[in-house]
Design a protein around this ligand. Structure first.
Ligand SMILES: Nc1ncnc2c1ncn2[C@@H]1O[C@H](COP(=O)(O)OP(=O)(O)OP(=O)(O)O)[C@@H](O)[C@H]1O
Ligand SMILES: [Mg+2]
Length: 572
């Protein structure tokens, strides 16, 4: 469902990036043209030697011609090096232009398209595009326009030679088309299987401890192996096609090369051409056919790059960057949900069905309910992570989309159920990796979450590296650091999804204190919880059951009703 790009967004970012390199591209094309002309030096030399030196028997002419040829070859070598470097630079430039956008896609895809989508695909697509652009592949496109020129020159030598060369070109071209047909399908399959394999590898890396503990390695390796062999089969099919057609085209070219000599010899015997023409014809034909033969050789990486380019373009179009938005003031008054219906990204199956509620500055809402009732989903919708299918989530009357991502970070604090810390120092994690974060703000957030003393006791205090996901911290420590991150910068809206799941009594008291503090400074807090102790500091309680609000109201009233009607309500 690609949507048209908003105004100001390039319609095709890859094309736009290439267009920015147009000077380098034009230079590479010019060099290719010069190289094509210089490649004739050998033919001209041979013609001259045959037609002039051998008839005049002049050594000085031969020496002069040879020196000229040496000069031409030298220039040819230099131009070739420069051309290859230019192409490598163009590839790097395209990568640099798009790398940040591709990174943004890799974090947008999981929340917009769904967890099953392969977030790393755009990165592989960009690799394919860069790989082709920086190879000698593009020179095929630069050299191909010269093929007709060489054919015309062949016709100038003798019509029969022209006809023979033209027929040879058409045959090779037909082989190129057949290569295209034979590689397209397998290449698409290979790309798909590569994506699946990357997902398995990533998940295995993340859950390495689980795999080790329960001896799952063999079974997972088999799954990985199956996908790998499908990938290799498809890739082999493409490679086989390219090499088979490549061989056919090479043999055909060799045959043509000799055939044209034979034809030339016949013309010489019929006194319609000189021996020099015969040799020149052979060389000219080689030049005319070379780009077509090169095209067959580079076809696989060309198809990969083309697939990547298209997919990248479609992905970027479907998930456009946020358009520039008017800088609204940060919200200060209300959070309102109106008839919110919400599904997981990439799904139309509602998890929440018609949730309406409103919270004022200074209020805190406790969300309780059985497992899988939709509490975390509600938290995600309120934090603006998931976009509702229908209905709206508004802050001071404005929907989330009206703030830029950057602004949003200043009024939302979110502690997800799975915590989600990053490799970096404790301070960087708390400050959300914001460059130029103030130490005072970091410590204030840690104090508000009651984590300051714990953090100071770490080996390097706030500068302790915690590893990906915070692996070097205990479960409770991770939760405290993530709570500090949610409170960093005193955001208006603080959403905590089971903040006390891993906490001891002291930690729970800290959460309660933090919620109280958010309320006192005029913020809104939402706390998903199972234990009543965690919602000691809230004034409102919502009971979620099967995606509906079963009850909503002042805390004590709702809790009394829930315990009366469902003894032990929520999770046991
Ligand atoms: N990313 C997702 N993709 C698809 N379905 C999802 C996703 N996340 C949650 N669900 C589904 O939504 C429903 C509600 O899940 P949710 O995480 O909101 O429950 P919860 O109330 O927070 O449960 P718990 O108390 O166990 O944390 C579940 O049936 C779950 O299967
Ligand atoms: Mg949950």
């Amino acid at each position: 469902m690609p949507t048209p790009p908003p105004p100001g967004m390039p319609d095709d970012p890859v094309a736009a990036a290439l267009a920015e390199c147009r000077f380098a591209l034009v230079a590479a094309a010019l060099f290719s043209g010069l190289l094509s002309i210089l490649a004739l030096a050998g033919a001209i030399y041979m013609l001259q030697v045959y037609d002039r030196v051998l008839t005049s028997r002049s050594v000085p002419t031969l020496v002069g011609l040879t020196l000229a040829l040496a000069g031409a070859l030298l220039i040819q070598g230099v131009l070739d090096i420069v051309r290859q470097r230019l192409l490598a630079r163009i590839g790097a430039m395209v990568d640099r232009r798009l790398a940040v956008q591709v990174y943004a896609l890799s974090v947008t895809i999981p929340v917009r398209v769904g967890a099953r989508a392969d977030a790393m695909q755009p990165s592989r697509d960009l690799d394919a595009v860069r790989g082709f652009v920086s190879s000698l592949g593009p020179t095929v496109f630069f050299d191909l326009p010269w093929t007709p020129v060489f054919i015309v020159l062949c016709f100038a030598l003798h019509p029969w030679i022209g006809v023979a060369v033209l027929a040879g070109c058409l045959h090779l071209f037909a082989i190129t088309l057949m290569t295209e047909r034979a590689t397209r399908g397998p290449m698409a399959i290979a790309a798909r299987e590569a994506a699946t394999r990357a997902v398995i590898a990533e998940a295995s890396r993340r859950n390495a401890e689980t795999i080790a503990a329960m001896g799952m390695r063999q079974a997972l390796a088999e799954r990985y192996g199956e996908v790998s062999s499908r990938l290799l089969r498809a890739s082999d099919a493409a490679t086989d096609a390219v090499s088979a057609y490549g061989t056919v085209s090479r043999i055909l070219r060799l045959a043509l090369q000799s055939g044209i000599l034979g034809l030339g010899a016949l013309l010489v015997l019929m006194e319609q051409a000189t021996p020099g023409v015969m040799i020149a014809a052979s060389i000219l034909m080689g030049r005319a056919l070379a780009p077509i033969e090169q095209a067959v050789a580079h076809w696989k990486s060309f198809v990969a790059a083309r697939l990547g380019w298209r997919r990248l373009r479609d992905t970027i179009r479907a998930l456009p960057d946020q358009p520039e938005v008017l800088a609204l003031p940060l919200p200060r008054r209300t959070l309102t949900l109106d008839q919110v219906v919400c599904a997981a990204p990439g799904s139309r199956e509602p998890i929440l069905n018609g949730i309406s509620l409103s919270l004022l500055a200074g209020q805190a809402l406790g969300v309780i309910g059985p497992s899988a009732s939709g509490k975390s989903t509600l938290a995600r919708v309120m934090a603006g992570v998931w976009v509702p299918l229908r209905g709206s989530v508004r802050l001071d009357g404005a929907a989330f989309g009206q703030w830029s991502d950057e602004a949003r970070g200043r009024f939302v604090g979110y502690l997800p159920q799975d915590i989600g810390l990053f490799d970096g120092t404790v301070a960087e994690n708390i400050a959300r990796f914001r460059p130029g974060a103030q130490a005072g703000d970091v410590v204030a957030a840690a104090e508000a979450s009651g984590a300051d003393a714990m953090i100071r006791s770490l080996p390097a205090g706030y500068d302790t590296r915690i590893g990906e996901g915070g692996v070097t911290l205990s479960g409770g420590q991770r939760q405290r650091v993530a709570l500090a991150r949610a409170l960093y910068g005193q955001p208006f809206l603080v959403i905590l999804d089971e903040p006390n799941a891993n906490l001891d009594m002291e930690g729970e008291a800290a959460v309660t204190q933090a919620i109280r503090h958010v309320r006192e400074r005029g913020g809104v807090a939402v706390v998903v919880a199972h234990r009543p102790s965690a919602i000691a500091a809230v004034d409102m309680v919502a009971v979620v059951r099967e995606g509906h609000l079963q009850a909503l109201g002042p805390r004590d009233e709702v809790l009394k009703r829930v315990t009366v009607t469902h003894r032990g309500g929520g999770r046991p």
